[in-house]
Design a protein around this ligand. Structure first.
Ligand SMILES: NC(=O)c1ccc[n+]([C@@H]2O[C@H](COP(=O)([O-])OP(=O)(O)OC[C@H]3O[C@@H](n4cnc5c(N)ncnc54)[C@H](OP(=O)(O)O)[C@@H]3O)[C@@H](O)[C@H]2O)c1
Length: 233
């Protein structure tokens, strides 16, 4: 799982551990990762969770992250591409090549690279699950977030490509597209009505529900999870 030291990723890590999975969380801030590990272990010391300080915008770190997971637990059964960064607030003409490269490296290139690294062993073992934590920005076309939106549209399409090419090997892929959620990222957009946002735990419950479907179920389209109320963003 990428991310995991905060927000939606931390909530999914807890849900996965509670479902009996052995979990590796990865992010750049080691202290945040350790907080999540300690919190989840305090809930139940039988939970198996480790962390690895990783910057997924660096391709070599994606490789070494998977190696660490394999060394710790064995081959990856579930990959959750959750880590992401924002790139908001400008019309198309004002974004730079640097904005594009920085955002795509984390939000789309890393999920693509991690996916490509874990697929061969999933294929050999006859199954696996790759979940994208995308966004409603990957479904709609919100103004002033073209780069972020394109990365999330791309994540949704990556899930579809995985299905097209690997469904025959019992490899599942799905994209979960939350609306505004009360995490560091969501709150950094200064929504006016905090209580109208989704909670990270709600998004995580859907993530776990999607991952734990029987092998016969194919979630062939992105799942959008919106807030019923106006957060005033
Ligand atoms: N909050 C929302 O309103 C919302 C809505 C729709 C979709 N989403 C998506 O949900 C996902 C999780 O976001 P969140 O809301 O939980 O916000 P968050 O708390 O800011 O989580 C983002 C996570 O990504 C990690 N990350 C960022 N860059 C990274 C890098 N280069 N290498 C490794 N890890 C990196 C961060 O850890 P470090 O900083 O320690 O690296 C952090 O744990 C994102 O993909 C986001 O786009 C969020």
């Amino acid at each position: 799982m990428t991310g995991g030291g905060s927000g939606i990723g931390a909530a999914i890590a807890e849900g996965l551990c509670s479902s009996g999975a052995r979990v590796m969380i990865a992010g750049r801030r080691e202290e945040k990762l350790l907080q999540t590990v300690n919190r989840i272990k305090n809930l139940d010391n039988r939970h198996e969770i480790h962390h690895r300080k990783t910057d997924i915008s660096i391709p070599e770190e994606c490789d070494s992250l998977v190696k660490t997971v394999e060394h710790t637990y064995g081959p990856v059964d579930i990959l959750v591409n959750n880590a992401g960064i924002l790139c908001h607030g400008e019309v198309i003409e004002n974004y730079t090549a640097e904005d594009w490269d920085r955002t795509f490296a984390v939000n789309l290139r890393a999920p693509f690279l991690l996916t490509s690294i874990v697929l061969p062993k999933m294929k050999q073992r006859g199954g696996g699950f790759i979940l994208m934590i995308s966004s409603d920005s990957g479904i709609y076309y919100f103004p002033n977030q073209v780069i972020y939106g394109l990365t999330k549209h791309g994540m949704n399409d990556l899930a579809q490509f995985i299905l097209e090419e690997y469904q025959q090997y019992n490899i599942h892929a799905a994209a979960l597209c939350p609306g505004l959620t009360a995490t560091d990222m969501g709150l950094s957009l200064h929504p006016k009505v905090r209580e109208n946002l989704l909670e990270a735990e709600t998004v995580a419950r859907f993530a776990i529900y999607i991952i734990s479907q029987p092998d016969t179920v194919n979630l062939a389209r992105p799942v959008v999870l919106s807030t019923m109320r106006d957060p005033g963003d």
